[in-house]
Write a protein that binds this ligand. Sequence first.
Ligand code: MSP
Length: 665
Amino acid sequence: MKPSPKKKPPYKRKTFYITTPIYYVNDVPHIGHAYTTVAADVLARYKRLRGYETFFLTGTDEHGQKVQQAASRQGMDPQMHADRMVVAFKELWKRLTISNNDFVRTTEDRHKRVVQDVLRELQERNVLYQASYEGWYCLPDERFWTDEEIADGRCPECGRPVEHISESNYFFKMSAFQDRLRQHIRKHPEFIQPVGRRNEVMGFLERPLEDLCISRPRARLSWGIPFPFDPDYVTYVWVDALVNYISVPGYGSDERRFKKWWPADVHLVGKDILTTHAVYWSTLLMALGLELPKTLFAHGWWTVDGEKMSKSRGNVVDPNAMAAEYGTDAFRYFLLREVPFGQDGDFSKPAVTTRYNSELANDLGNLFSRALAMIERYAGGVVSKPHSKSVKADDRRMAALAGGLYKTVGREMDRFAFHRALREIWTLVDFANRYVEKNAPWELAKDEKKRLRLDTVLYHLAETLRILAIYLFPFIPETAQRMAMEIGWPAPLDRALKPHDYQWGKLKPGRPVQKGKPLFPRMEPAATAGTDLKSVPNPAPANINIKEIRMESTQTEPSLITIDEFRKLELRVGRIVAAEKVAGADKLLKLSVNIGTETRPVVAGIALKYAPDQLIGKSVILVANLKPAVIRGIESRGMILAAGDKEVEALATFIEPVQPGLRVK
Ligand code: MSP
């Protein structure tokens, strides 16, 4: 017998399957919906760039009480209502440049069929039973509660009144899977993230798990997927919704496809819906004999100007309005830069403007337009050739930093630490800004003998910008693609790059650059002064003592802070351009502090030490990313630093003259 020729295994690309929750269509989308979807989009784009075949799924949850009620309030049939509302979601995702590969609506046949298959399968596997239920029910949340759980007749989740009901229903034997689930969580530390949420779920699983009521009598709620074996019931909306994660990639309809994508790599969810995912979904999957998703990541919630976001407060943030005001990319950037993913955060328009002006317009936008302007002016508008003899240590350092991002950004992205990934990227942005100042191409251009050095410096800048475009693409796709094109590297960034594309030296000398409009035109704070400053929490004291900065850190770790904590401070050079006493307050001065991009009002407790006139023209250190506060009716946007214990003894200033706006590190 002839030996059979060795067959090569078929080439398999790495895959990545990511989901968002599917959103209720009872109302239009808000910042919370945008947050999860943008985060998922950033991860999907990042994985595609790194060569993963990626499946990114989002969609809408269209059945259940909430939607039925919203439709009837509008005097509409629920399907018509859903058909109308889904447009708002689809349009928003277009506007926010969301790159989802599919969009599921739970009213689609392809989904409904699978939900019914799942119910049949559960029935066959003997994990369903019918029983009569008596207890408390929260209509808006569609959840049952026990006597112990309800306080004062109100739902422990939403605080609204609960109803006493008694009815027969189908139950899923969730309790039978409690031990297995606990073991799974213990064995897989990556399963529930961040770790605090994992502990919460473990805590929840310490109490005996009840069985899950998975049906609703049709007589009470008709808007749902009919039970396949009992026409008197429809499916509980959470079971219906969770099944989308498997119905779309082909469970029960296309086994090959399903095998390719399942288990999902990550379900991104908000912290409020972690239990339904970690407990209901996991146990249902176990009952079906399916693998669990590799990771459930629960992010935090946004408040607005320090308050809970709600319709009744009238402070719901409309993502469309934000994208219109700041631009899609700036809004995306803010969402992921401002708050560590997993923690709660506060949204305010001054905070967006500050980040926009200092990081996008100043650090990144200026760097880019200066570099292109210099390439146009000193190199005829083409990428110049680096000359090995004129390469200096500084150039090599910048190239090494750019090369290192592959690992450091990758590490942070894989941990869902978007803000840290951006910080890593900004180490290169900051380096490049210093590089421009230090190497001063405008000086080199004055001396023909320095031509080779000038070419080398300009090449290093251009190549740095090309590499920045790659790493920035997942976060700010439109801008980053423009950067790549304008710098003379017209590679599409919405797909896999070759490993060497990430390496230094890929940009070809001789390619024409093309300077377009500024990436992020500077924004006047007045243009966005719509936020009600009255509601900004914790007005910061106008004390300019640095003690406050220390105090915060001493509460956790005696006197030591990490470099990351320090980096959270945005310290900038400010020039005092006006100063006046604050009426009725002996210690306070109102200063106008110029920080290059704008002049800010700052209230400072230094009137006992300095007369207003003494201060005009002085350069000081301003904590520029402090939350605005209203002090004696005056808006204060930052804090200046000084030495002194109880009393101010000396303002912190600089030996050399410095430009306002420069970063202090
Ligand atoms: N339909 C369910 C999910 C089913 S998934 C199988 C649902 N939909 S929802 O439209 O009410 O909410 C979706 C997401 O919005 C949740 O992840 C929730 O955490 C998030 N947010 C709602 N308000 C939020 C904030 N204020 N901040 C951040 N996210 C918040 O639940």
